[in-house]
Design a protein around this ligand. Structure first.
Ligand code: AMP
Ligand code: MN
Ligand code: MN
Ligand code: MN
Length: 277
């Protein structure tokens, strides 16, 4: 049977718009047969997603997208086929929860200075005990009509260097990779072209990532064009990394990033799923 993979997406456990159940349903409707749920810095959506996947007969891969630090840059490392209960991984998650809570307090203080009050209380209500992300603040700013769109919220307040931006030092790259490995998973560098690095710097990152125990890079994502995919396939070969594919789906309102609507993995690239089959 031909399998259709989507190994990167978000639910309400982090900054996605759909509950884990609705996410799995939508993936199944779109023809995905093997789905990884990869919420930012949390595994809390997995149990519900697994329950729904069992009902619908699609395969769920346990995943996470860890916020990590490489030098001055924040990067994202996807962990696939992890044991969500692993204590090393859960320790990293607990630290990230603290970092995100502290950051949210600071973002809220910066917004208050701009005359926007009650941001923290509002996002905490929505996120309950889940990870608070900048998307939660963006949704709050839209709902209170301080801005008219999510992208305006990032452009004016939440984006890098903007009025309510708070820089964070995330989990060190090596710690993130080791935690994924400890949890029995494979570490994948997410969306390598989104960090806006020069080729030299990206190659440096890939070599550091590989030396730390990283095993894959995303070669196919919802946003890349064929030229970019070729570049990434070549990096996969050069650094002997397996290739992953995932939409990075967050919300049905974002039309150009749909679950499961992905080009096939280039044939010369070793598929990441061979590492756990
Ligand atoms: P955080 O991890 O809390 O810093 O939030 C980052 C998340 O915000 C990313 O994972 C994206 O989902 C989202 N995001 C970042 N930049 C933008 C943007 N310009 N417009 C919409 N969403 C964004
Ligand atoms: Mn996100
Ligand atoms: Mn990401
Ligand atoms: Mn993502």
């Amino acid at each position: 049977m031909t399998q259709f993979y989507d190994l990167h997406c978000h639910s309400t456990a982090s900054d996605g718009a759909l509950s884990p159940t609705d996410l799995v349903k939508r993936a199944a409707e779109n023809g995905v047969t093997i789905l990884a749920i990869t919420d930012h810095d949390t595994t809390s959506g997995i149990f519900e997603a697994q329950t729904c996947a069992n009902l619908l007969g699609i395969t769920l891969i346990n995943g996470i997208e860890i916020s990590a630090q490489w030098e001055k840059l924040g990067i994202h490392i996807v962990g696939l086929n992890i044991d969500p209960e692993n204590s090393t991984l859960q320790n990293v998650i607990a630290q990230l929860h603290i970092m995100r809570t502290e950051r949210a307090e600071k973002i809220s203080q910066k917004l208050a200075k701009k005359g926007i009050s009650n941001a923290l209380e509002s996002v905490q209500k929505v996120a309950s005990n889940e990870m608070i992300t900048r998307v939660h603040f963006a949704n709050f700013l839209v709902s209170q009509a301080y801005v008219s769109s999510i992208s305006e919220a990032f452009d004016r307040y939440l984006g890098d260097g903007k009025a309510a931006y708070v820089s964070t030092v995330w989990t060190p790259l090596e710690t993130a990779v080791q935690a994924i490995y400890a949890a029995g998973g494979v570490a994948v560098l997410a969306h390598p072209l989104r960090y806006k690095l020069t080729a030299t710097r990206l190659k440096k990152l890939l070599s550091v990532f590989k030396n730390a125990g990283g095993q894959g890079i995303e070669v196919v994502t919802g946003r890349y064009n064929p030229d970019e995919m070729r570049v990434l396939a070549n990096y996969a070969m050069q650094f002997e990394l397996a290739g992953s594919m995932g939409s990075d789906f967050h919300s049905p309102t974002n039309q150009w990033l749909e679950l499961g609507k992905l080009a096939p993995l280039p044939e010369k690239v070793k598929p990441i799923w061979e590492l756990w089959q």
